[in-house]
Design a protein around this ligand. Structure first.
Ligand code: PBG
Length: 330
């Protein structure tokens, strides 16, 4: 009794495997996160993110030109704010001449067609390292939304194409969308971090921006009062549908690998593009294991990226973007 149906026929050699491959990775899939610092000629490696850097504006311009040549056409900007400019209300976040606002212009000057998205949350600007304003030991929602809205307007005025609110306050997408419409910024896009979990995988990112919640008695030590509980699934759908109703153009699930079930579920549920953020801790884990010689860096990287896309990601924000594209070009 031999099998008549033999699935291995479609795996016999490289040619047939290529022919039947369902998920193809290309440079068009990626959004490249970039970290920006003050200064000139600065390219600092982030300790917990080997081979990933913070750039001053001049070297940021070189970097985006290189990305463009590789076919990477979208960036997501984050800034490291000097301590003396941090306060509770994120005042510096709406400075028209702040680092983010200058970074947007620097990228557009170096590479006018590069799509520029900006992170919107108060944490890099907050003395307390929280995404919103603190009052009586709590992150307050509505006042935070006001600042986040002003911040979003300021990014669009500086030339950003999309804002990416990562703060998880309620109602911020509606508030930002209304502010854009009021000003007739009709082309300004919103990529909402919709299902953003309170994850332990953000550690290296907080090193990169020096933005971790401060360790102090009256300050919440984590972000669990606004980011989602990782045990929850229905809540992710609820959050995502609300953001779409409020005016989001793209929704996001974050982190990536541990949340691919959520990605698939949301992809099946909604009809806007779904982005996935493969976060700093995911990057750090693979770099560390590869450094020890325990994992094959490139093979595992491609497997992970392909899995994220297979799960339903239309867009992948990843620190591996450049490595992947270089590998594809080989
Ligand atoms: C800011 C923000 C964070 C990340 C993206 N935007 C950190 C956080 O929420 O604490 C994490 C990205 C990463 O870990 O790569 N709100």
């Amino acid at each position: 009794m031999y099998p008549i149906k033999r699935n291995r026929r479609l795996r016999t050699n490289q040619a047939i495997r290529s022919l039947v491959r369902e998920t193809i990775i290309s440079p068009n899939d990626f959004l490249v996160p970039l970290f920006v610092v003050e200064g000139k000629g600065v390219k600092e490696e982030i300790a917990s993110m080997p081979n990933y850097y913070r750039y001053s504006l001049d070297l940021l311009q070189e970097e985006v030109k290189e990305l463009w040549k590789l076919g990477l056409k979208s960036v997501l900007l984050f800034v490291k704010v000097p301590d003396n400019l941090k306060d509770n209300k994120g005042t510096e976040a709406i400075n028209p001449d702040g680092l983010m606002q200058r970074a947007i212009k620097a990228v557009k000057n170096a590479c006018p067609e590069m799509l520029v998205m900006t992170d919107v949350a108060l944490d890099p600007y907050s003395v307390y390292g929280h995404d919103g304003i603190i009052e009586n030991g709590k992150v307050i929602n509505d006042e935070s939304v006001e600042v986040l809205t002003e911040m979003s307007v300021s990014h669009i005025e500086a030339g950003a194409d999309f804002v990416a609110p990562s703060d998880m306050m309620d109602g911020r997408i509606l508030s930002i969308r209304e502010a854009f419409e009021d000003r007739e910024y009709t082309d300004a896009g919103i990529m909402s971090y919709s299902a953003k979990y309170a994850s332990a995988f953000y550690g290296p990112f907080r090193d990169a921006l020096d933005s971790a919640p401060v360790d102090s008695q009256d300050i919440p030590k984590d972000k669990k009062s606004y980011q989602m509980d990782y045990a929850n699934r229905f809540e992710a759908i609820r959050e995502t549908e609300m953001d779409i109703d409020e005016g989001a153009d793209i929704v996001m699930v974050k982190p990536g690998l541990c949340y691919l079930d959520i990605v698939r579920e949301i992809k099946n549920e909604v009809d806007v593009p779904v982005a996935v953020y493969q976060v700093s801790g995911e990057y750090a884990m693979l770099k560390a294991a590869a450094e020890k010689g325990w994992l094959d860096h490139d093979a595992v990287m491609m497997e992970q990226i392909t899995a994220i896309k297979r799960a339903g990601a239309d867009i992948i924000a990843s620190y591996f973007a450049k490595d992947v594209v270089k590998l594809l070009n080989q």
